[in-house]
Design a binder for this molecule. Sequence first.
Ligand code: HEC
Length: 263
Amino acid sequence: MSKWARSGGRTRAWVAVAAAMLFVGFAGVSIAQAESFRGVGRAATPDEIKAWDIDVRPDFQGLPAGSGSVRLGMEVWEGKCASCHGYFGESSEVFTPIVGGTTAEDIRRGRVANLARPDFPQRTTLMKLATVSTLWDYIHRAMPWTNPKTLTVEEVYGVVGYILHLGDMVPEDFVLSNHNIAEVQARMPNRDGMSIRHGLADVRGKPDVRNVACMTNCAPSAKVTSSLPEFARGTHGNLMEQNRTIGPVRGVETIPQVRPGPN
Ligand code: HEC
């Protein structure tokens, strides 16, 4: 028996001690980390992390089980959404419309034909959206704008179903649920319309924006401004009068009104 094998018992004991020390060590690290922020908050609890972890993915991972009818959705929509987005999703304020611009042929084909028309006045949400999970996720986390995260799971299913109904994708007696949402995905008008393959030749299928996080000598802050230069105002007439036919998005008034003088 070799010296190594004979000392096997002791070796195992050492491994156990080392493992225990490692464990204590790890625990020590997390305590030290928490302590290094002493007075600044505390470690998040598992329940808190769960409350933040609400993303719903295109394969529906993260989607809470449940259902909601189009009828319930209509009540939610009219009570909590229509004031900003319009009764039929046409938008009653400055926001772009949610519904409009899609056809039965788009639903069949999975591509929205109006997106290819430069003369089409607006791009609505249903025209651009490729994944129904995004609609569910976004409404659940961010809407109503003034009161996000207040809708129940049932209300979110209902209101998503209602929007889909306004877009003629589901009938008015439909009940959207985690069981049938994949079938609805197969009816999204622009489900096959999102791709990076059709980019310009110099993009070659890759994203055309590549940002690298600045870690040293970074500019303290970037000032982003956007305005229409004085000389360009009026070049294309009054933009305010040209914008959209689906609901009222107001453009900038580029031709100043002649107002009566003081005398
Ligand atoms: C007080 C006004 C207001 C109310 C009420 C409101 N929204 Fe919105 N909604 C907005 C604004 C503003 C945005 C754009 C927010 C942004 O881009 O950050 C938006 C964006 C959206 C979008 C994404 C549109 C897109 O194409 O990007 C959806 C979908 C939506 N809202 C649904 C709803 C639903 C459903 C409700 C009711 C439960 C609701 N909203 C209530 C103001 C509102």
